[in-house]
Design a protein around this ligand. Structure first.
Ligand SMILES: [Zn+2]
Length: 331
């Protein structure tokens, strides 16, 4: 029996038909490391895929019409799917799964709920999270930026609460489109996810990528969105949080200057600030971070997503890159 099966519906052939070709296909979006078992049967729910910590999985749900919504859950995080407009006619829904840099390696369940009017069906898939070998980074920073005094600790906690509250209110619609822009075409330090040892003490892993660029280099928005929050925080310094909708945020920290304000609507490539060394940073650089439904992913994974548009990298390439600094929004 195929789902949805409604023996009383004589005139709902379209609704019955939509599901026939429904299947799920996952592809990994960064250094291809996809282990894909043969898809035996989507309805058996035993497809098996994998991606490394910090990567983004693209989940396609081809449908045959009649589907009104698709949503999913992975490791307790809610996933929003959106109509796939990459083709001339809608071919279904697509969603992005972020694998957090600290997601436990191993097999985890991905559940996908497909809604068709009043009816819905849930499918379960197995996703293998592979361990990424992150660097260990040893930093020496001013003592007062590592061992916080009471006042700084209270400030940091209030800032954390502010960010947490902001991230809890996802925009219900997808605001981004087309391809993604590299905010600064500088020198990547490749330290996303690195385990940090500051002044000899182990701290939270580095949750973004640092890009070395001269002071004042323009920083471009990676895609369309809304400026959800501009801050001047203890660790991240002057920063911009862009909301791209459906639980997808990009962050730009340690800026010298913020050129947008809360609530501004920005386009991909629009300059939102200038590279600086504000907050906890050892020199001018951009800390670029991305959160997808709460998962901290490598921002460079965005550039390899199969959503190409006409946008180009807007930030000029710096001629020289003085010693790229590093910093962190978390202690
Ligand atoms: Zn950083």
């Amino acid at each position: 029996m195929r789902w949805p099966y409604d023996p009383n519906a004589r005139c709902r052939t379209t609704e019955r038909r939509f599901w026939l070709g429904a299947m799920i296909f996952l592809a990994v979006a960064l250094p291809i490391d996809l282990v894909e078992d043969p898809l035996q049967s989507a309805q058996a729910g035993d497809a098996h895929y994998s991606g490394k910590q910090g990567q983004i999985l693209v989940v396609n749900v081809p449908t045959d019409g009649g589907v009104t919504g698709v949503e999913g859950t992975f490791l307790g995080r809610s996933l929003s799917f959106f109509p796939d407009t990459r083709f001339e006619e809608p071919k279904g829904f697509v969603g992005l799964i972020g694998i957090d840099l600290q997601d436990e390696p191993g097999i985890h369940e991905l559940t996908v709920k497909v809604q068709a009017g009043e009816q819905n069906q849930t499918f379960t898939y197995r996703v293998q999270v592979l361990k990424e070998k992150f660097h260990v980074e040893r930093l020496t920073l001013p003592k007062n930026k590592v061992d916080l005094d009471e006042k700084s600790l209270a400030r940091w906690q209030a800032e954390q609460a502010q960010v947490k509250e902001m991230l809890a209110n996802d925009s219900p619609t997808k605001l981004w489109q087309g391809g993604f822009v590299e905010p600064v075409a500088g020198k990547r330090t490749g330290i996303f996810g690195s385990v940090r040892v500051m002044n000899g003490q182990a701290r939270n892993p580095h949750n973004g990528e640092d890009i070395g660029a001269p002071l004042g280099t323009p920083v471009a928005a990676t895609n369309d969105g809304v400026v959800r929050l501009t801050v001047d925080h203890f660790f991240s310094g002057k920063g911009v949080f862009l909301d791209h909708g459906l639980g997808f945020y990009s962050m730009y920290f340690h800026l010298d200057e913020v050129l947008v304000k809360d609530g501004d609507v920005v386009k991909a490539g629009q300059i939102v600030g200038k590279v600086g060394a504000s907050g906890r940073a050892t020199g001018p650089h951009l800390h670029w971070g991305v959160k997808l439904n709460g998962a901290r992913v490598n921002p460079y994974a965005l550039l390899d997503l199969p959503f190409k548009g006409s946008v180009q990298s807007a930030a000029p390439v710096p001629v020289t890159v003085p010693g790229s600094g590093v910093g962190a929004p978390d202690p």
